[in-house]
Design a protein around this ligand. Structure first.
Ligand code: NAD
Length: 477
């Protein structure tokens, strides 16, 4: 079995605890690798390495274009290793090979894009209403950044932080999910091969509860960039506040996917299915609340169910599989718990509604109708293949239902009216709105969680601002 140590200061380091955690393949339910169980001592070591690289090392003396060149080189290495990295992620989190390979093949673009931005970070000369005064600004890297990431798209979500942080000139300590650490450790080998100086990029592994506290309070850490669930996000925010660290949070969602009666119904059905069942529903942007206009409700549901019934569950590495297992036993139990809650609340289960007996952690694609927006199944993030369908009368009611949640990550709108597309998009409270599509992402387009879905931006030019601070310099000539 493969054993992974941690990558700290350019070296492979065993955990101070001397112990390792099993990494489980969710398709078989069996361990396939061992991951170092890091603790506060490892966190200290990694932060010191990152601090040294930031304050002393060759990294801080590189020009911005040299940093950009290193990022682009890393992009090339990631492209050459995309299949291998995708295979590791399928093993670790059970997502479909087709999906993970597409993701791994797209990830290099983040390094090309942010590598290209590295030498375009610039300040300004500010006009001042006093004679003989020159005032100008510099945009400087924050320093040591701690990146904490979840298990659902391990390398992509880490990349959302790594590429802009390195482009800005920061150094990093990454803490991947304890369930899916292997791909980021393999990634570290490519960082080394690309020629990044030791200490610029570090990976510590282990349980959030054991290593997270030190990482989020360490005096030498300037910023915490976190992606994960509401509970983890609140814990990190509170602990970072103790030493007044800058924080960005990418959290959960309960995104509405709204189908109006003038939509192309076949496209909307496909969008609704991929919106919720891709990655077995384990995506922050899952369209987990499907809002359907009452005039087309029966016709739409017939088409939706006909397609949903054909979903092939099975081995995620096979190309004909459409729904794989869920990633962890805890998540499997949580999803089944929500299905029981929905039934108890009076929602009608019209598809699935139970575990599938296939060896690993499988939950059948599940659809509930008769859902009202005050039910827990409509308000809380399930993070599984469970769709709640809600009927609405008109545009006003659709927008009211869509916005009546604490989250505001994403939303889908299906209509052929351009006026309606624009009006509804303006009124929806969400960071990303997709019209006649769902789930599109790009390195160049910003994602900002509204409401309880987050704080700060990822992707796009504004993501680099998350890792920079402005200095204003006054010169009396
Ligand atoms: P999680 O919050 O349980 O864990 C995320 C990471 O935080 C893990 O690395 C974990 O070890 C660490 N962690 C947990 N407690 C910590 C603490 N007290 N201190 C420091 N670190 C701690 O989330 P998860 O279950 O791994 O991921 C699923 C969640 O992530 C879902 O809610 C999903 O919506 C969210 N997510 C959000 C986005 C986004 O971009 N908005 C993307 C993907 C996933």
């Amino acid at each position: 079995m493969q054993t992974y140590d941690m990558y700290i200061g350019g070296e492979w380091v065993p955990p101070a605890s001397g112990t390792y955690l099993d990494s489980i393949d969710p398709y078989t339910g069996k361990a396939w690798a061992r991951i170092a169980r890091g603790n506060a001592k490892d966190a200290d070591r990694a932060v010191e390495a990152a601090h040294k690289a930031f304050s002393e090392g060759p990294w801080s003396k590189l020009t911005a274009s040299q940093r950009g060149a290193l990022l682009r080189k890393l992009g090339d290495l990631l492209a050459a290793n995309a299949r291998r990295l995708a295979e590791i992620e399928v093993r670790d989190n059970g997502k479909l090979m087709a999906e993970m390979f597409a993701q791994a093949s797209y990830i290099p673009q983040w390094y090309y894009y942010f590598g290209g931005l590295a030498d375009k970070i610039q300040g300004a000369v500010i006009p001042i209403d006093k004679p003989g005064v020159l005032n100008y600004t510099r945009r400087e890297p924050l320093g040591v950044v701690v990146g904490i990431t979840p298990w659902n798209s391990p390398l992509l979500l880490a990349t959302n932080k790594i590429a802009p942080a390195l482009a800005a000139g920061c150094t990093l300590v990454m803490k991947p999910s304890e369930y899916t650490s292997a791909s980021l450790l393999e990634f570290a080998k490519l960082v080394e091969e690309a020629g990044f100086p030791p200490g610029v990029f570090n990976v510590v592994t282990g349980l959030g509860a054991e290593i997270g506290e030190r990482l989020t309070t360490h005096p030498r850490v300037a910023k915490i960039a976190f992606t994960g669930g509401e509970l983890g996000g609140k814990a990190v925010y509170q602990s970072a506040a103790r030493n007044l660290k800058k924080v960005s949070l990418e959290l959960g969602g309960k995104s509405p996917n709204i189908v109006f009666d003038d939509a192309n119904l076949n496209n909307a059905v496909n969008g609704a299915i991929s919106g919720i069942f891709a990655a077995s529903g384990q995506t922050c942007i899952a369209g987990s609340r499907l809002l359907v206009q009452e005039t087309i409700y029966d016709e739409f549901m017939e088409k939706l169910l006909a397609l949903a019934r054909t979903a092939q569950m099975g081995d995620p590495s096979r190309s004909d599989t459409q729904v794989g297992p869920v990633t962890t036993k805890a998540q499997y139990d949580k999803i089944l718990g929500y299905i029981a809650i929905a039934k108890a609340e009076g929602a009608t289960c019209v598809l699935g509604g139970k575990a599938a007996n296939r060896g690993g952690w499988f939950v059948e694609p599940t659809i509930f109708t008769g859902v009202t927006n005050d039910m827990r199944i409509a308000q809380e993030e399930v993070f599984g293949p469970v769709l709640s369908v809600i009927k609405f009368k008109d545009e006003d009611e659709a927008v009211a239902i869509a916005n009546d949640v604490l989250y505001g990550l994403a939303a889908g709108v299906w209509t052929q009216s351009i006026a309606r597309a624009i009006n509804v998009s303006d009124r929806l409270q969400a960071g990303v709105i997709w019209v006649n599509t769902y789930r599109s992402v790009s390195y160049s387009s910003p994602v900002n969680g509204h409401k309880m879905s987050g704080i700060g931006a990822e992707n796009g030019i504004e993501a680099i601002d998350e890792y920079l601070q402005t200095k204003s310099i006054w010169i009396n000539t």
